[in-house]
Design a protein around this ligand. Structure first.
Ligand code: MG
Length: 338
């Protein structure tokens, strides 16, 4: 709370000096509303900061708070620890900085997504969930995709997801899954799809052979072969809505050729969290329709969302700079709830 008091005091001094309004107008451009110092919710996925945060966690978390963030979704849980800290130590540091840890990304240590792997996965999630109860999170999210090559793979994976979801639910935590682009670009053929594709291929080959023998042009209208089902769709279809929710990474959806708004509208009861991610600083690329994404997200009841930045690979800027500039953008937008 010391930090919050210091923040309020320094804000008051800046305002008294007439500095706040002008500096915000300069940095936000003409279309922005005057930016408040804080909003009720602005989340950050701590992966965004990488080593810049782990180098000095207490100081880093205070800087995150000062940028305007209210909530964290952690990354980096391993072997019962959050980096080099116990869960209780990490929670204390977040509390001291004025930040709430509302969620965490957790990747299971096992990749054994088989019927035989269920018991091992179950043990992992029991321990992970118990550890995250210490943090006080309301959500736990698996961040990456197991290998999916068939509908049967997807069904076993979804059984394991449902089981993880039940373990989390028993502890009062919502369990979810986070996409990259592969969930949209990887398409899985069902047996029926494959039979139809094979039939079309055989018809085409026979027509080509017949045309070649007769010296004529081959018939070309064989119909459209099935394209298969997106992995994201298989995960939605094969998980229990009571046990598994979804975090939509809006940027990776776009990179997978999708309109994030349409997915939110199609599955208003499944998407509970967003990753607000852009090419780098939120709002800078112009390729993400944040106004429509936020409008739709609020309409379907999404209250928690987390800014996430990849490392931009540019040594002349820091990740903290990107995280702070992203907060400025979101603080200054009227479409982000006050
Ligand atoms: Mg993400």
């Amino acid at each position: 709370m010391t930090n919050r008091r210091d923040f309020l005091k320094s804000s008051a001094l800046l305002a008294a000096g007439g500095l706040v309004g002008s500096s915000l107008l300069n940095s936000c451009g003409s279309s922005a509303t005057a930016a408040p110092a804080r909003k009720s919710f602005i989340g950050l996925q701590t992966y965004s900061l990488g080593g810049e945060l782990t180098a000095d966690v207490p100081a880093g978390l205070k800087r995150v708070y000062d940028a305007g963030y209210t909530d964290l979704e952690l990354a980096g849980y391993r072997d019962g620890m959050q980096g080099e800290y116990t869960m209780a130590e990490y929670k204390k540091m977040a509390d001291d900085a004025g930040l709430k840890i509302s969620g965490a990304h957790v990747g299971p240590s096992s990749r054994n997504y088989t019927k035989e792997g269920m018991a091992e996965m179950s043990e992992f999630w029991k321990k992970a969930v118990a550890d995250h109860v210490i943090l006080g999170v309301t959500t736990i999210v698996q961040p990456s995709m197991p290998t999916v090559t068939s509908e049967d793979d997807a069904k076993i994976i979804c059984d394991i997801f449902n089981n993880a979801g039940q373990i989390a639910k028993d502890a009062g935590i919502k369990w979810g899954y986070h996409n990259h682009s592969g969930e949209f670009t990887t398409r899985i053929m069902s047996a029926a799809d494959q039979a139809e594709a094979d039939r079309i291929a055989a018809e085409r080959a026979a027509a080509m052979a017949s045309a070649a023998a007769g010296g004529t042009a081959p018939r070309m209208n064989f119909g459209r072969a099935p394209q298969g089902t997106m992995v994201e769709q298989l995960f939605l279809d094969n998980t229990d809505p009571e046990l598994v929710m979804f975090e939509l990474d809006c940027y990776w959806a776009v990179m997978g050729g999708q309109d994030p708004v349409q997915w939110l509208k199609n599955y208003p009861n499944r998407f509970k969290l967003l990753h607000v991610k852009d090419k780098w600083i939120i709002g800078n690329s112009g390729m993400m329709n944040w106004e429509m994404i936020f409008k739709t997200a609020y309409e379907i009841g999404i209250e928690q969302w987390f800014v996430e930045l990849e490392n931009d690979g540019d040594d002349s800027t820091t990740q903290f700079y990107g995280v702070e500039e992203s907060a400025k953008y979101l603080l200054s937008r009227s479409f982000v709830k006050a």
